[in-house]
Design a protein around this ligand. Sequence first.
Ligand SMILES: *Cc1c(COP(=O)(O)O)cnc(C)c1O
Length: 388
Amino acid sequence: MPSLNDFASTKLENLTARGQRRELTDTARKAAGTAVRGNRDVISFCCNDYLNLSQHPAVKRAAQAAVEEFGVGSGASRLVTGNHPLFAQLETRLARLKGTDAALVFGAGYLANTGIIPSLVGAGDVVFADELSHACLMSGARMSDAQVHVFRHNDMAHLEELLTAHRGSARNALMVTDGVFSMDGDLAPLPQMVTLANDHETWLMTDDAHGLGVIGGGHGSTRAFGDVPLDIPLQMGTLSKAVGGFGGYVCASQPVIDLLKSRARTFVYSTGLPPANAAAAIAALEIIESDTDLIEKPASNAAQFCREAGLPAPQSPIVPVIIGDEREALAASQMLLDEGYLVTAIRPPTVPAGTARLRLTFMAEHDPEDISRLAEIIRERIIRRSAA
Ligand SMILES: *Cc1c(COP(=O)(O)O)cnc(C)c1O
């Protein structure tokens, strides 16, 4: 057995050789999509703070007031003494926005997914998951001891094939997918998935981390296919993207929420979010529910970029520019940084092998001129070059 340090060093050398080593870079985010990295000012096109609500005066004031009044932490699990009354207010708002009876707030989106799935399925059950589902949906599925079947991305024929082959023998079945895919920006074909779920007696769960506040009139992917919300019994999401703060949630029926309060280990055994996070999220949701112009902006900025860069029209504020090789993606990201744009390279295993990419996210406050200049640089120096 190698020493622990030798083990870590060898692993790191392998990651470096494959262009997959990850390192932290100090970055101070500021208002309106700007940031300071090293000692230079850059414009960030890789934050999920789509509506700039992390910097919104009303949201900051709500958090500050809660810190002054209640302190910085919640002291215990919500089941012990950590259930501040602000959580009930927040959950009522989330349920209303998503059109469900009830909601439950978790410490983070990651904790929500890894808590929810093992509470609902286990040995003898099956999970059907889109291959590009977020890592924490996959973790939740694997932790559940259910048999996991992965279908090709958005391939409904493949999903149906797997349902036909594997649903029958199992006790309970769950289908999971991102509503908006986090690294590709496309939507899951939810109307078809609702039909397949009903036809094959399977519960459907969506992870709408990138839907809330930016598509479907702010309601997220269940309203992206028409004004009548789709009947999706488990709608999970996060407070850390368009909502601008931190925390995770799930919207569902009252019995499901009540079961999760007793059984989701990441809820039961983890400290409640600080009350200030709940206060900030309430203030942010208030804006999402009332400012219809604001919530359209990230998607329209993404659309402007795609038009000018010569890319297909986007379905959300997330736009991937696929490069392929890890090192080339890193070099493209560095080139953009030299031009004053912060666009992180996303590499395997976050995305499939051979699909390293730049992942751009558009925010409400991006300036149309900055978007145009970025589109031109990417069109001329990245897309054209890789096409040549
Ligand atoms: C960010 C993200 C999560 C995790 O949410 P956190 O609150 O950051 O833990 C889950 N699913 C998707 C699709 C995400 O993009």
